[in-house]
Design a binder for this molecule. Structure first.
Ligand code: ADP
Length: 519
């Protein structure tokens, strides 16, 4: 066997390689085109040798492309290649050009793609499974029955609560018309409503305002509340229904209603009773006032007789009386006067309370009216030494019921005299303030504890201990006084402390017309 030239061996080796090996000279012309290159690209060595080669395979193109590049075969097909470039050197190290080694990696590439695709699909399937499982879990965790119904009204999805609530197993419901869950009598209407829903598919409560009922497998019925929402899935339009069992709520509502009704009945009975009693009280009150008014009148007539004759007796015009007789007559006279006062007060108060008091307002000189009252009270000192201090800083006229105005002042002054011991001082101060006449009656008497400042104005009220035996009053004076002041549009109050005297102050509004009249 003849020895082979080393160049031939080299060439055989190059051609045996599955890679395409191409050598470019420095100008870019192809100097070597291995069998491998021919196999990959389809061009023969003769076709490319000493040329720049087909466009895709020119040196410049290869130098610019990356490691993995798609190139075109002679037939026009594309082939995925891996390109490696290396300098082609002479034995002395000088550059001859560039060597390009190209491998057809189409098969490997395709395989890789396929593997990637498989991995992706597997991942997708897994996430889908997970979300499917999550969805089921959510569905089953819901407190309400949830079903999905297709356009033909068949149940295509249901959760565990649905099985429990209606007493069916999943298989018994899936694919069956939703009407099995509805009482028989309502089924035809439901079919009709269902088809109607598709013309207005929107989320809403079903049959709002109606009492809806579900039907269990055993035929029993129970109240439900249903909310509907349309879903547009890959399998077409469907409707999801969320069904809530409201048996407990209904029971609670019924119980509340029953209790409410019971209370309303009881309440209106009580109200009627109260109203009747009120009317009775009003009637009794009116009768009392009428009785008092007439009785007082009836009592006053004989009393005047007693007073008159006791006065006549004490004047001794019909003959002298001995000392004992004189004392007796004085007692009769004094107590009759007291009785008359009491009767007058009762009459006054009952009139006021019956709303029959009429003020006769007139314009008069306030200062003068005060002086008149003072003059009469001074005479009533009953032997007690009292000092009066007056300061009347009101000029002009007042519009009020003159008699009643004097009665108020007289009541306050009588009390001051009554509850102030020998040697005490009594003051009357009148002034104008903020559109009101303000009149204060003060004394240095026994005083009133703070917690009685309101109650002294109640009728028949007398301060227990402080009166110290001075109890000849009626306990009506201040009640009447307050009513009279308030009737005039004014106010009355007391400032006092036990042992330090009292200050009673009342106000009467000034009418602007009054001021003009007075000037
Ligand atoms: P009375 O007819 O008893 O005076 P009033 O209604 O006028 O009735 O007074 C009620 C009570 O208020 C009196 O009994 C007395 O206890 C107390 N009171 C009234 N004015 C004075 C005063 N100036 N000083 C002390 N206590 C008074």
């Amino acid at each position: 066997m003849p020895a082979q030239h080393p160049a031939e061996v080299l060439r055989a080796l190059l051609d045996a390689s599955p890679s395409g090996i191409i050598a470019f000279d420095e100008s870019g012309r192809i100097r070597l085109w291995s069998r491998g290159a021919q196999r990959i690209f389809g061009w023969s060595e003769e076709e490319v040798l000493s040329k720049f080669g087909p466009v895709e395979l020119q040196l410049q193109t290869l130098q610019q492309a990356g490691e993995e590049v798609r190139l075109r075969r002679k037939s026009g097909e594309l082939v995925q290649t891996e390109v490696r470039l290396a300098p082609w050197q002479n034995s002395d190290g000088s550059t001859r050009g560039v060597l390009a080694i190209l491998d057809d990696i189409s098969a490997r590439h395709a395989m890789e793609q396929q593997v990637h695709e498989l991995i992706r699909q597997e991942q997708d399937a897994r996430t889908e499974m997970q979300s499917e499982r999550r969805f089921r879990e959510l569905l089953d965790a819901a407190p309400d029955a949830i079903i999905e119904v297709d356009q033909e009204g068949r149940i295509v999805l249901l959760n565990r609560v649905t099985e429990k609530l209606f007493g069916y197993r999943r298989e018994e419901l899936l694919g069956h018309p939703v009407e099995v869950l509805i009482p028989e009598a309502l089924r035809p209407a439901h079919v009709h409503h269902r088809s109607h829903y598709w013309s207005h598919p929107q989320t809403r409560t079903m049959g709002s305002g109606l009492a809806l009922e579900g039907r269990r497998r055993d035929g029993t019925r129970f109240p439900v509340e249903i909310s509907l929402s349309p879903v547009n899935s890959e399998e077409g339009f469907r409707v999801t229904a969320i069904i809530r069992d409201i048996t407990d709520r209904k029971h609670a509502e019924d119980r509340i209603r029953a209790i409410q009704e019971k209370y309303t009945r009881a309440l209106s009975a009580t109200n009627r009773e109260l109203e009747a009693r009120n009317q009775e009280v009003e009637r009794a009150n009116r009768l009392k006032s009428e009785f008092l008014a007439s009785m007082s009148h009836e009592l006053r007539t004989p009393l005047h007789t007693i007073i008159g004759f006791s006065e006549l007796l004490s004047e001794e015009l019909e003959g002298p009386l001995n000392d004992k007789q004189k004392r007796f007559v004085e007692h009769i006279h004094k107590d009759s006067l007291h009785l008359l006062e009491l009767i007058n007060d009762v009459l006054d108060l009952s009139k006021i309370e019956a709303g029959r008091l009429e003020l006769r307002r007139e314009v008069f000189d306030a200062g003068m009216a005060i002086e008149e009252v003072l003059a009469s009270i001074r005479g009533r000192g009953e032997g007690k030494v009292l000092f009066f201090e007056t300061e009347i800083a009101v000029t002009g006229a007042i519009l009020a019921d003159r008699l009643r105005f004097k009665q108020v002042l007289l009541n306050l002054l009588s009390n001051a005299v009554k509850f102030t011991p020998e040697g005490g001082r009594i003051g009357v101060h009148a002034r104008m303030r903020d559109g009101f006449f303000e009149i204060t009656v003060s004394d240095t008497g026994i005083g009133i504890p703070k917690d009685e400042h309101e109650t002294v104005f109640d009728k028949f009220y007398q301060v227990g201990n402080t009166t110290k035996g001075v109890r000849e009053g009626t306990g009506l004076g201040l009640a009447i006084t307050r009513k009279l002041v308030e009737e005039h549009g004014g106010r009355i109050w007391v400032e006092s402390e036990p042992g330090r005297g009292s200050r009673f102050t009342f106000t009467i509004p000034v009418d602007t017309k009054t001021e003009q009249a007075g000037h």
